[in-house]
Design a protein around this ligand. Sequence first.
Ligand SMILES: Cc1cc2nc3c(=O)[nH]c(=O)nc-3n(C[C@H](O)[C@H](O)[C@H](O)COP(=O)(O)OP(=O)(O)OC[C@H]3O[C@@H](n4cnc5c(N)ncnc54)[C@H](O)[C@@H]3O)c2cc1C
Ligand code: SF4
Ligand code: SF4
Length: 726
Amino acid sequence: GGIGGIEVALDLAEAGFFVYLVEKSASIGGLMARLDKTFPTNDCAMCILSPKLVECGRHLNIEVLTLAEVVNISGEAGNFTVTVRENPRYVDVASCTGCGDCANACPVNLPNDFEGGLSTRKAVFRLFPQAFPGAFQIEKRGVPNCQAACPLEQKAQGYIALIREGRFEEALRVVRMDNPFPGICGRACHHPCMEHCQRGMLDAPLRIPYLKRFLADFERSLGKALLPEVRGERSERVAVVGAGPSGLSCAYFLRLLGYQVVVFEAQSHPGGMMRFGIPPYRLPRDVVEWEIRALQELGVDIRCNTAWGRDFLLQDLFARGFSAVYLACGAWKGARLGIEGEDHPQVLDGLAYLLRCHRCEDIPRAERIAVIGGGNVAIDCARTALRQGAKEVTVYYRRSFDEMPARPEEVEEAKEEGVEFIFCAAPKRFVEVNGKLLLEMAGVRLCAPDESGRRRPEIIPGSEFTVSADLYIVATGQKVVVPEKEGLELTPWGTVKVGENLATSLPGVFAGGDLVLGPATLVEAIAHGKRAAYAIDAYLRGVPFEEQRLSPAPLAISWGERKNPGEPPRKLGVPERVTGFAEVVSGYTEQEARDEAQRCLSCGGCAECLRCVEACKRNAIRHKDKVRLRELRVGAIVYATGTGVFDPAKRLRELGYRKYPNVITSLDFERILSASGPTKGKVVRPSDGKVPRKIAFVQCVGSRDRERGGSYCSSVCCMYAIKEAL
Ligand SMILES: Cc1cc2nc3c(=O)[nH]c(=O)nc-3n(C[C@H](O)[C@H](O)[C@H](O)COP(=O)(O)OP(=O)(O)OC[C@H]3O[C@@H](n4cnc5c(N)ncnc54)[C@H](O)[C@@H]3O)c2cc1C
Ligand code: SF4
Ligand code: SF4
């Protein structure tokens, strides 16, 4: 589709042949479109090219295929079959008028390759103003690491881009497309997004959860929840069992699809572990209440004090007219150590201890507390105990610090607050001596890793020691309880067995969250809820459950990217922390959030925030477009694929192209010289926009150097350099 192909196509078309003009990029025009003047006559390149683009586009004997690549040719002269792969433009060419409303709404700025990276453009863009076809296109580079690592596939890049622009309400709407709990996840999620953020390879990862939390706090400051619209009411009713994050997430997405949803909850209040497990100094209860109330505003009906197995069975739900059921009752039975003396009233399981604290029930008074376990629940128990007035709290864990499943920042904060840690210590038995309960423990050495990948602990003979405390908290995990009479198929670990679409062995019954995974995480539970909602929708509509997956985005850290590790949010001082349940970590201010968002590398190109969809009055955006293969029957094939542009960033790194902004190629300089270019033809330095006093031309770069991929002289650059210098 360069000038060579265009000329051939026009000549053949004029002679009466039907021509397919196949072009890899989004517009025909090729390299000539980027030139300021055309060799050798120095005429305006666009003045010559533009009428030819229009002629090609209008000619009845030419079909222009853009974003298309030839992948196979078979047959013989006079009778070829050409297979062409048409890559998606994500914008419907027939509907797009080229008005640019989409680009105005798009928050993602990317380097404009057409301008040699000397300016930026949006993720939805037109290659150049005179392009043919004139329709816009969307650049999707793949799924960014942050999104790929998130079980919910939350489009972090999208809301981060909107935060950067100060468009907070829109950013929050983007979060709520995938997640009903921004304030909760912004505080308590174990944030795999942040762990995998590409920016971490350069300086420090984006602090994604704090950005999400900022949006949630911003929403509360507005006093109204910004919720998506319900997409048309449906008559079917769906029952959800358990009002934890998984059940509520399923209810939210089902409600958005228009279903009538009732959530049955055993406890007096909804929220599951968000309310009764995770302590308020990490997750304030008013945040949980706000986000659950938002779901109720959407029309989700939550009925508390109603337990599955005690107040109803599955058959009762179907008899009451529910068409499907989602089971999400979590893992609420504390695991036991299975050692002597464990039934003593001074021994509590971790969850029972937290439940009593959070329900303000009586908890045994204790000054010295021993916590057994190395997970987040153990740390939560230890830090809660301090806040309940304990003077001495020690956590005993049977492996080393490196093997601890608890999040390192939680352990760090617990240490700051005064919690002691004893590693490589295993409990053997509880014994009562003179009316005092003691715990006998043994030292442990770590051997080769077991099937969990962690090193197996082995007791060191003769290393026994005794621990004395007023209260012993066993926080070594939780188990799932399923009413036996339902006949649900279970896994060997006692969790509910499900398929890919979270369907259980019983028709119309789906399950997810901790009930399926065993004790897991908030975001996994929420992700199950979302997946189950779409699976239930597919089940009720009688269609297969399908998920579309994009490939991962490539590395987006450019050679010249400056380091800027950003600032973490502030924390309360230790004395204020341990005297109550006030939230430990403060949120970002508006400016801090925007500064942090500025650091995002926009790895995926388009962030799928769907702002363009809302902005386009012609309904032309097609985010779900897919690659299409097309077969063309032709008699002859003309290759006019031109030459590749030499890239000094790859082959001549010592020149610092793409590292130093003022090192540019002659093609980039052509764009600077062009009246339609990034500087409107004014020769300025890319670094600071000032007029350069001297310009050096480095000649024969990339030519006549076989080792660098230039085996012959291009014979054009000397002429161009002289023209450009003049
Ligand atoms: C102390 C603690 C701290 C944690 N900290 C974190 C953290 O910081 N980050 C993180 O990502 N994860 C954390 N987790 C894990 C996370 O909370 C869980 O993985 C998540 O809550 C599971 O969600 P769920 O909806 O599957 O189950 P749950 O949250 O347990 O909710 C299940 C709901 O079902 C109800 N229910 C139970 N049985 C019945 C029944 N028979 N009938 C009706 N309703 C019933 C329960 O009352 C509850 O409301 C923590 C867990 C605990 C215990
Ligand atoms: S979805 Fe968002 S990021 Fe992607 S093109 Fe549209 S507006 Fe831009
Ligand atoms: S740099 Fe931005 S888009 Fe890339 S992984 Fe990090 S948050 Fe996601």
